[in-house]
Design a protein around this ligand. Structure first.
Ligand code: GDP
Ligand code: IMO
Ligand code: MG
Length: 434
């Protein structure tokens, strides 16, 4: 049985921890979209590892970790992440277990500069996205413009042909960035790319052939999604989304092996509450809109849950669970089951909660009309009122606790899929198979 693991909310649901858990029974762990905008935290034996590009199965020594062609790859980040793991000692073989698709696009200083420059100009306007500033959007942009540069171009082309590609890539942004800055960025890339060429060459694979060989040997595949469904380019809260597809069909494209992913079980990872980083509204955000007490609750949850970005360190915005959004995510991403993480945060003795929590079960529009589906127009989110069900808070986030069990049952009844996993702490073992 193969598995696709996706984020079911706005990212940071605890996917990394779940992938680490599922990797004990997987052989190949494959990232198929996104880039180092992702930040996946793993706690094993009291030690924290944060991964941005390397699949979260790497801490299990039997795994092979693949970066598929759907990913945008900042090679400097990959190199430093590999070195960090190898320096840690226990993973001296990390590099031998990591493979990268030849077709994966390279994320270069140009992309990072465009991302940061554009965000700087948009600051304070509705156009500001709050990206991670890692160059992800511009890298997918050059891929779609057909001026991007793939790993195989760097490794397989002669120096003259490669330089021509670099010229073509940078040429199209000369006007936007200015001639000097553009030249500087190209020079910067040309400076480190020969070394990166040597570093990447032994890692490159033809993903289809590699996966086919694995399938023939009976390997078990785990496809690791980054971000979450609500950040999906087509199905998320556009334009406040990332630039890739985060739903299950993306695994077939980004890992070049749709016949495998078609039969895979799709698990969506959600938190017991909601968080979001960057711009864009969400209906259940606790931002003092309905009562001053909301801000206190948000603050307590943020502190107890350590809700600060694993990539940028930004405080995550906090809200109540939104079952309308979660049901939408389950359906639009094709999820077969859910994992609910961090229920322990809500039951960790937060003074502001007073024995109960809220769960959004519908939306009320300005005129009073009840909405039961997730709307497409992002600008209406700030006007929609959440319709809440108030439910008793559990003492422990275990399915043996009747209040917690009731919460999980509510999620199952509303979304139509079972909850198979439940997290009750950050450590590898703190997960229950429900
Ligand atoms: P990801 O991007 O989906 O992999 O999630 P992040 O790693 O960015 O954020 C999730 C955070 O919650 C990390 O710090 C995890 O260590 C932590 N975490 C994951 N699952 C649980 C859980 O069930 N309980 C608690 N308390 N923390 C968890
Ligand atoms: P993981 O995999 C949470 C958000 C950014 C911003 C929007 C676009 O750790 O769950 P981008 O840099 O992708 O162009 O930013 O998407 N974002 C994430 N939020 N978790 C992530 O990854 C995210 N990756 C991007 O905050 O709102
Ligand atoms: Mg994260």
């Amino acid at each position: 049985m193969h598995t696709i693991l996706l984020g079911a909310q706005w990212g940071d649901e605890g996917k990394g921890k779940l992938v680490d858990h599922l990797s004990s029974k997987s052989d190949y762990v494959i990232r198929f979209q996104g880039g180092n905008n992702a930040g996946h935290s793993l706690w094993v034996g009291g030690k924290k590892t944060v991964l941005h590009l390397i699949p979260s199965g790497i801490l299990h020594p039997h795994t092979t970790c693949v970066i598929g062609e759907g990913v945008v790859l900042d090679p400097l980040v990959l190199r430093s992440e590999i070195h960090k793991l190898m320096d840690a000692g226990a993973l001296a073989d990390a590099k031998d277990r990591i493979r990268v698709s030849e077709r994966t696009h390279l994320l270069l200083p140009l992309h990072r500069a465009l991302d940061q420059e554009r965000e700087r100009k948009r600051a304070g306007t509705r156009g500001y996205i709050g990206t991670t500033g890692r160059g992800i959007g511009p890298c997918y942009e050059t891929k779609a413009r057909r001026t991007g540069i793939r790993c195989i171009d760097l490794v397989g082309l002669d120096a003259v042909s490669f330089a021509a590609l670099m010229e073509r890539l940078h040429e199209s942004y000369r006007e936007e960035l200015g001639s000097d800055r553009n030249q500087e960025l190209m020079g910067e890339a040309m400076g480190f790319l020969p070394e990166i060429r040597n570093f990447l060459a032994p890692l490159l694979i033809d993903t289809l052939e590699f996966m086919k060989a694995g399938k023939a040997q009976g390997k078990r595949f785990l496809f690791e999604g980054a971000q979450g469904v609500m950040l999906d380019l087509d199905h998320g809260t556009y334009p406040y989304v990332t630039s890739s597809h985060t739903t299950s069909p993306a695994a077939g494209i980004g890992a070049a092996f749709p016949s495998l992913t078609r039969d895979a079980k799709v698990i969506g990872c959600a938190k017991a509450y909601l968080t979001r980083v960057g711009a864009g509204d969400f209906v259940t955000e606790l931002r003092g809109r309905w009562s001053a007490e909301e801000l206190l609750i948000a603050e307590e949850i943020r502190a107890a849950g350590g809700e600060f970005g694993a990539t940028t360190g930004r405080p995550r915005r906090i809200g109540w669970q939104d079952l309308v959004a979660l049901k939408y995510a389950v359906e639009v991403a094709g999820m077969d089951a859910l994992a609910i993480m961090k229920g322990d945060v809500l039951s960790s003795g937060l003074h502001s909660l007073k024995g109960s929590i809220r769960v959004c079960v519908a939306y009320r529009e300005k005129g009073g009309r009840i909405l039961n589906h997730f709307p497409a127009l992002e600008s209406t989110f700030s006007e929609i009122e959440p319709v809440y069900e108030e439910i008793p808070l559990w003492k422990s986030a275990r399915s043996t606790d009747p209040a917690y069990k009731r919460y999980l049952s509510l999620i199952e009844a509303f979304t139509g899929v079972p909850v198979l996993f439940s997290g009750h702490g950050p450590e590898r073992e703190q997960i229950e198979i429900v």
